[in-house]
Design a protein around this ligand. Structure first.
Ligand SMILES: [Zn+2]
Length: 422
């Protein structure tokens, strides 16, 4: 540890002493099932996390999810249920502040076989949500607790958002993330590193999930087929035309994921449902894609005489690796070097709440959580020693931001706080 101040050394040593407790707690938390649709399990996790945040924050509030909707097979609007979110705030009066976020939900529902943790090597824990991202939640909480125990950032505020629906696009927490980010100049999100050696994600594509519900007209396939309006054929045409956008819009990826509808062979089908994902590289690409979707739906609808209702949007805007982000990542790298850690980064095709935070003109490093891998599979693992390692990296980086190390790159705090980000 070269280049660390006495205060910084004290914080790092404090976090090393916390390693065993953190390792025990990550097992307890990972074994609480909190799949995105398991509201009871999410509530249990919310209480565990709130208890830890209450020890260090000035206020901890439970924030109900925003209403969110999708379309069912019949084209009807149906409500999506999400868990409640947490907002913890410290030194609310400080204009200079940071947003820190993590999600309590996982991709594993209660009936999934992967529910228990096991140590597969000395330092390698296999378990659901260990890396993504209950380990990251602990990294965040312990980093803040270490800073507060040392009274290291008396003139710097922080806001923590822990949401319950990140794995299903944060539809119920997007407004909370947006409003909280607007008060802050910098951010950290505690997703796991991109690779097991600790590499961070730099630029991220945007992402939108869409569902189209098609309503045609049924008819007898033999007696009066021309009276029918075939919703399945229309959905197939729509799928092909949407897929072709990947050749028209630079860098856009399109994944037509699901087409359902129809029934008996002697009936012209009047209902179909089509779902797809699109990932643009930048905001311009997103806007062109939005216009193209609307244009194609209008054309396909007119060509086939079939009504098409659309749900979904680009809920994750693209996250560019701009000058502000480069300054923030540079500070993380420099801090890592002082801690004996080599920090690198690479672009990612994946998306997370970092996309939404960056969209509020906030520089955010969104892979500050544990080192691990194989996330979203039953081989998910985390490196246990990375709990205290990444907590030290987050805490010292945050301390240096609080001390003004990025003020030049980000602009002065009062100006930043007053800027309208729309
Ligand atoms: Zn995650």
């Amino acid at each position: 540890m070269t280049g660390l101040s006495p205060t910084e050394i004290g914080i790092v040593e404090h976090l090393r002493r916390r390693q065993a407790d953190m390792a025990a707690q990550v097992v307890d938390w990972a074994q609480v099932n909190s799949g995105s649709r398991n509201l009871a399990g999410l509530e249990q996790m919310r209480q565990h996390i709130a208890a830890r945040l209450t020890e260090i924050a000035d206020t901890v509030a439970t924030v109900a999810p925003e209403p969110a909707e999708t379309l069912d097979e019949a084209g009807r609007t149906v409500a999506l249920a999400h868990g409640a979110n947490l907002l913890a705030r410290k030194r609310v009066a400080c204009a200079r502040r940071m947003i820190l976020t993590g999600h309590m939900d996982t991709v594993f529902p209660p009936d999934h076989p992967f529910q228990i943790c096991r140590l597969i090597e000395d330092d390698r824990l296999n378990g659901p949500g260990t890396a993504d991202m209950k380990g990251g939640l602990l990294v965040m909480i312990e980093a803040l607790a270490a800073l507060e125990a040392a009274n290291a950032i008396p003139d710097f505020g922080w806001d923590v958002v822990v949401n319950a629906d990140e794995e299903v696009s944060s539809l119920g927490s997007a407004a909370l993330l947006r409003e909280t980010a607007r008060r802050c100049q910098t951010g950290m999100t505690f997703e796991p590193s991109v690779t097991v050696d600790g590499t961070l994600a730099s630029a991220r594509r945007g992402s939108g999930n869409f569902t189209a519900a098609l309503t045609g007209r049924s008819a007898h396939a033999g007696r009066n087929p021309l009276d029918g309006r075939n919703a399945v054929v229309t959905a197939a045409d729509l799928a092909v035309r949407l897929d072709a956008l990947k050749h028209e819009i630079e860098g856009l990826s399109v994944n037509v994921a699901r087409l359902s509808g129809g029934g008996a062979n002697n009936v012209v089908p009047d209902r179909a449902l089509l779902s797809w994902n699109m990932r643009p590289v930048d905001l311009a690409g997103q806007q062109v894609a939005e216009q193209a979707i609307a244009r194609i739906i209008a054309q396909v609808s007119a060509d086939h005489g079939v009504t098409i209702a659309l749900a979904g949007r680009f809920a994750r805007p693209p996250k560019p690796f701009d000058a502000k982000h480069q300054a923030l990542f540079g500070l993380v790298r420099e801090t890592g070097a002082d801690l004996g850690l080599a920090i690198d980064w690479q672009p990612s095709g994946g998306v997370c709440d970092g996309n939404n935070i960056a969209a509020q003109n906030v520089a955010v490093v969104d892979t500050m959580g544990v080192r691990g891998g194989a996330i979203h599979t039953d081989e998910e693992f985390m490196i246990l020693s990375s709990l205290s390692e990444r907590a030290a990296l987050a805490a010292i980086t945050m301390l240096r931001i609080a001390q003004g190390r990025l003020d030049h790159a980000l602009g002065s705090a009062p100006d930043m706080a007053g800027v309208a980000h729309d």
